[in-house]
Design a protein around this ligand. Sequence first.
Ligand code: BG6
Length: 469
Amino acid sequence: MQYQQLSSFPEQFMWGASISAYQAEGAYQEDGKLPSIIDEYQHDEDVAGFEVASDFYHHYKEDILLFKELGLKAFRFSIAWTRIMGKNPGETNEKGINFYHRVIDECLENGIEPIVTMYHFDLPYHLEEQGGWLNRQTIDCFLDYVKVLFAEYGDKVNYWLTINEQNTMILHPGAIGLPKDGSLPSKKELFQINHHVLLAQAQAIALYHQLDMKGKIGPAINLTAMYQATANPEDAIAAHNWETLRGWSFLDAAVRGKYNYLFEKYLNDRDIYPKIEAGDFECLAAGKPDFIAINYYSTATIAASKNDGSDVSARAGDQQIMLGEEGVYRAAENPYVDKTPYGWVVDPTGLRLTLRKLYDRYELPILITENGYGAPDTVGEDGKIQDNDRIDYLQKHIFVIQEALTDGVDVIGYCPWSAIDVVSTHQGFNKRYGFIYVDRTDKELKTLKRIKKESFYWYQKVISQNGLS
Ligand code: BG6
């Protein structure tokens, strides 16, 4: 639908940018931080580098001042569970707690709204050794951690995100590295893990509301609309399978407090339905989010399963991200979209569709907590970083957000990935997303100096005029 006039971005629109703790902070063994699974897992040695990452732990003041200069109204970051909790029940780490007080205070003093993710892929390793999320007790440990978060930062933070991309954790468990023995959980275990994470999330949300805290809380899911490859009705069914099993099933549990009917059938049919205890569904229903956060990068195009052993294929040659499922759906090419240098589909219109579908379904405010263009930026001879493809990508996505706002979708903010260059989940430091370049490579730490990219100046202008020209 085209309009004679587009709505403006609301005055309070949260123009932001995002990072996560383990991809930005570094200082992985400093000030009492415990090891997380990221620190202990096997990674591709050529591109890991989480030990120092962007060294945000030591550069946070300088970085937040740069964010202020960029004009950010909001900064989304995650807290490392391993930095603030000890190994024993009730034990906390003062130095870690104080670090996040300093980060939050620095944001507030500079007029930046902190948006805090509680959990971004980095489970404490000692919990992993006791079974990780497969062990129901991890839910209680998470709740102990969450209580510390609310007690320490509850009066300063207005926006809380519970779990980052639960669907990625379950659907692509190898994307953040492999356990020491190289083995990943079975499908049945993964859906048990999923159930426990849903319970942990619901309890965190319910607790927040019981405490009558001043802000809002919601999940952060990776959500993308999909297209059916052709008008073949079988492609339409496969596409619906995809949409339900990779997106809605996670959000239905989080927002509606119950398992989606098709998801239930899928789990039962494959004998991978998780063990549910008495009271679990009441618990899910009691934790209703105030808003939904989404990470949006690309769309998918889906065809009917051939069910001949060929339904699963690697996304853009990336063996960590396998797409398709035997007997359910398979990935297809879309001739109408571009791709990033890493083979990710670029589809701004798909964001508008995703926002519409999401709003149709739950009618909750939507915060976009990730969206971005990963590319190997380089510093030119003039010292500048011309990341025009990123500008083009972001500009087109911002335009469709404005269209979605005009459609009537309640989008409350936009936080592209990433505020500053960080280490990619599994494709290294040279896959950069930031507005600010960090002088290091996959192999060499170099100076870690911060350099503003062209996109920095461009986004600064967008924010200052509350939207595109
Ligand atoms: C999201 C994650 O899935 O995508 C981020 O929440 C991640 O942690 C981002 O960095 C981009 O993915 P990648 O694999 O390019 O780092």
